[in-house]
Design a protein around this ligand. Structure first.
Ligand code: HEC
Length: 161
């Protein structure tokens, strides 16, 4: 092989390596520190037909996501929405939330999560800030339902003052 062909081959190999590094695993969305002090969007209760989503959930939105809820367009970059799910018990006729099952999180970053409509999806189990229910390769299954059945910009809920 001629030297310039060899050099060309080396460059090509380097380029392929670079592009593979760029297309590496998508960065997991961070734990939404302090979300319990964000704005409460709504509360919902789901029965056993919702499988692992059975229980009581509160939804919280950070200030950017609240702007998104109040606008008619897409949610701004930096929007974070948290679905906070609890087990419930019947306490003499009162339904009481007990153990936190997990939190599901949506983070808007149009570039990083371009493959899932600009939304990163993740889940933290129980009270953990590090233990996740799944990795980013499962995010398309979250987005599949949100995109197909959700409302504007793949978000199901709406905000009322
Ligand atoms: C089969 C459909 C479906 C799938 C799959 C699904 N969701 Fe949802 N999600 C919903 C529905 C319906 C709501 C609205 C709940 C309500 O109205 O109280 C919701 C609400 C949410 C919210 C609050 C924002 C919004 O859209 O209203 C977040 C955050 C969320 N889901 C994250 C996730 C994550 C993370 C996954 C993947 C683990 C996931 N979801 C998978 C149906 C789905």
């Amino acid at each position: 092989m001629k030297p310039h062909l060899l050099a060309g081959l080396a460059t090509l190999t380097a380029l392929i390596c670079l592009s593979q590094a760029a297309a590496g695993p998508v960065e997991e969305p961070a734990y939404p520190e302090g979300y319990r002090r964000w704005t409460h969007v709504l509360t919902g209760v789901s029965d056993a037909r919702f499988n692992r989503y059975e229980g009581l959930h509160n939804i919280y939105a950070n200030p950017k996501a609240i702007k998104g809820y109040k606008s008619s367009g897409a949610f701004p970059v930096g929007s974070v929405i948290v679905f906070d799910l609890f087990e419930v018990v019947d306490n003499g006729g009162a339904t009481v939330a007990t153990k936190r099952k997990f939190i599901d999180v949506m983070v808007k970053d149009s570039k990083r999560y371009a493959a899932t409509g600009g939304w990163g999806y993740t889940e933290f189990l129980g009270e953990s800030r590090t233990e996740r229910g799944f990795t980013q390769d499962k995010a398309p299954s979250c987005h599949g339902c949100h995109e197909a059945k959700g409302g504007r910009d793949a978000v199901f809920t709406s905000f009322k003052d």
